[in-house]
Design a protein around this ligand. Structure first.
Ligand code: ZN
Length: 207
């Protein structure tokens, strides 16, 4: 979504190359996705940023179709595009082959962006469904957040150590709308066993 055409060209080529490299894995019959942060408009404004991202994705799919690109929900740090569900919907709207795009929900980013996952989980899920459509959500980045609602910080915390907390994660892993999706931790591996412990903790919350 940047201003510099050379940088945009580089991003388009790099993403197309990543898709090409993943194609042999897809050809084994595995369902795979590639996840990206949509981009930052660097002062051009969100409308221009979203439109450049859609155009870029159209170019990418012109070069290498066939693997779904997931756009991640962003915290709204700096000039990030995708800081709310509407911006992601706008980007998807501008993509010609919509079967090629999905969404990854990052729990830390969604809270940071101003969606109250702690006190209004169902309300946030409803907005996600209304604006983007739950059928487009293909993965979850499972992170607690060091900062609170609408902080726009994007600072992940270990599970249970942040502002989302265990009651939220209990809700999430037991919600049929999310519980069948791949969940990826992006928390700090403070010790060699930290991720193993966090996975066990999350599994333990399943009722
Ligand atoms: Zn993430």
């Amino acid at each position: 979504a940047g201003k510099d055409p050379d940088k945009r060209e580089f991003a388009i080529r790099a993403l197309a190359e990543d898709i090409r490299l993943l194609t042999p894995i897809r050809e084994t019959g595995q369902e795979i996705y590639i996840n990206i942060h949509p981009g930052a408009h660097v002062g051009q404004g969100p409308d221009r940023g979203c439109s450049l991202i859609s155009d870029g994705l159209n170019r990418v799919f012109g070069l290498e179709p066939g693997i779904m690109v997931l756009l991640e929900t962003m915290a709204g740090k700096g000039t990030e595009c995708g800081r709310n569900f509407e911006e992601l919907a706008t980007i998807i709207d501008g993509v010609d082959d919509k079967a090629n795009v999905g969404v990854t929900v990052d729990t830390c980013h969604v809270l940071d962006a101003g969606y109250d996952l702690v006190n209004d989980f169902d309300g946030v899920m409803r907005q996600l469904d209304d604006v983007i459509g739950l059928e487009r959500v293909k993965a979850v980045h499972v992170n607690d957040s060091q900062f609170g609602l609408s902080s726009h910080k994007d600072r992940h915390a270990n599970i249970g150590d942040g502002n989302l907390g265990i009651p939220f994660f209990t809700r999430m892993v037991n919600d049929p709308r999310l519980s069948r999706l791949p969940m990826i931790l992006e928390t700090k591996e403070l010790t060699e066993t930290k991720h193993r412990e966090e996975i066990a903790l999350l599994r333990g919350l399943v009722q």
